[in-house]
Ligand binder design. Sequence first.
Ligand code: ZN
Length: 62
Amino acid sequence: MIFGRVLCLFNRHRPQRDKITWDGINYHSDCAHCGKRIYRRQGGGWRAMRVALITAKDPQAQ
Ligand SMILES: [Zn+2]
C-alpha cells in the first residue's frame, strides 16, 4: 500500500468501490489509501476534493 500512498502525494487517488456515490454531477468516494474525499474527473482519474471552503469555517475561531 506504500506505492498507493506515493500516488496520493501526486493527487492520484484510488476510490473505495463500495463508497462511490453519484450526486448528479460527479462521482464521489473516499480514497482507499489516504482516506481523503475524492471525486472522479471527466476523462478519468480521481482527485482530492477542494475542502478549503469547509476548513475555513472554524466554529472555535470566535
Ligand atoms: Zn489518496
